[in-house]
Design a protein around this ligand. Structure first.
Ligand code: ASP
Length: 349
């Protein structure tokens, strides 16, 4: 009998593994639980024709996660890379899109599936989306066992859909359909027959797998809003040690055109030497900064286009490139280049 395929599961916490703080009060807040307490709810895993190995990090609500945790996850994957067919990361949904983007950059030359999942309802509750998400994530992590093609990238499985991790965005705080894929087709759909969108799946890397181990934290992400004052903007750009910022602008990349606003942008780009990236506040469509005068002005002041990246992917990509220690000009160039399928090549300036 051939050996079973092996999947390595990394548990970081999130709703999937939460329980009510007061076991006798189902209205008490949910708090992360240790895997030991969840074992009886995941006994269905034994019925899968795969060998599962569980690695537990200190379980947390993903609102407590930070870049160091993602680097730890990347290290654990590196240390076990050769021994497993694929990896499943159980992660809270609140920051899952950031975590997925982070792993997509940190895991270099990836040739195996890394599937991130979680749920809106804990696995310990009778009615939940956790079992479905976990079982399906495992299937995609050991695809050959289930007659599926390999999807060798960092993806999110949620509510019958497999999404490219760095294209995902959480759009619902409680509904099962918690995530959408922004400006990119879903990689697979499992509602009924399993459909794999093979044309849109990344090819496995030919070079050797390795990981990057630094994400620069001295960055900022903020929304432009009607009435934002130049003082606030100057305050942000004057943050000591700040290296870059992602600006979430209106629609196709538009921002106020008054000189006092634009002067602060010029100050950030030319005097502070910051990398400023423009992405849209919208879920879909990305930015086209030369479409309107209000976007073109930012472009002419040295703000670079984040094209159709999500704000999550743009922020993490900025952390990643700055973490590599690249010069400002190189960082700006690479921000606009497709590294992991996070940005579309197109008519973006
Ligand atoms: N607050 C939870 C978390 O992000 C939400 C979830 O997992 O769905 O950890």
């Amino acid at each position: 009998m051939s050996a079973k395929a092996k999947v390595f599961i990394i548990y970081t916490g999130g709703t999937l593994g939460m329980m009510h703080r007061d076991a006798n009060d189902s209205c008490s807040p949910l708090a992360p639980a240790r895997w030991e307490r969840l074992k009886k709810f995941v006994s269905f895993l034994k019925r899968l024709p795969v060998e599962t190995v569980l690695y537990e990090m200190d379980p947390m609500d993903s609102s407590d996660i930070n870049p160091d945790c993602w680097i730890d996850i990347a290290r654990v994957i590196r240390d076990n890379y050769n021994d497993y067919s694929g990896f499943v990361v159980l992660h809270g949904t609140d920051t899952m899109a950031y975590g997925a983007a982070a792993l997509s950059f940190l895991l270099e030359n990836l040739g195996k599936p890394v599937i991130i999942t979680g749920s809106q309802i804990p696995i310990s509750e009778v009615r939940n989306d956790a079992m479905q998400n976990l079982a399906s994530a495992i299937m995609f992590a050991v695809p050959y066992t289930f007659g599926l093609p390999i999807i060798p990238e960092v993806s999110i499985f949620f509510n019958n859909k497999l999404l490219r991790g760095n294209r995902a965005k959480k759009i619902d705080s409680c509904g099962y359909a918690g995530f959408v894929s922004c400006n990119y087709p879903v990689l697979a759909d499992t509602a009924g027959n399993i459909f794999i969108n093979e044309r849109f799946v990344r090819k496995p890397a030919e070079k050797d797998f390795f990981i990057s181990e630094k994400l620069e934290k001295e960055v900022f992400l903020f929304d432009i809003f009607p009435g934002i004052t130049p003082e606030v903007i100057r305050y942000i750009f004057n943050i000591p040690n700040l290296k870059g910022a992602v600006l979430k602008t209106y629609g196709a990349g538009n921002a106020p055109t008054n000189e006092s606003f634009l002067k602060e942008i010029e100050f950030a780009v030319n005097k502070k030497n910051l990398v400023i990236v423009n992405v849209t506040q919208c879920i879909y469509g990305g930015i086209k900064p030369s479409r309107y005068n209000a976007g073109a002005k930012l472009l002419s002041r040295g703000v670079i286009s984040g094209a159709d990246m999500t704000s999550e992917a743009a922020l993490i990509k900025l952390m990643f490139l700055l973490g590599k220690g690249y010069e400002v000009e190189t960082t700006k160039r690479l921000m606009q280049k497709n590294l992991r399928g996070e940005i579309s090549a197109g008519d973006y300036p």
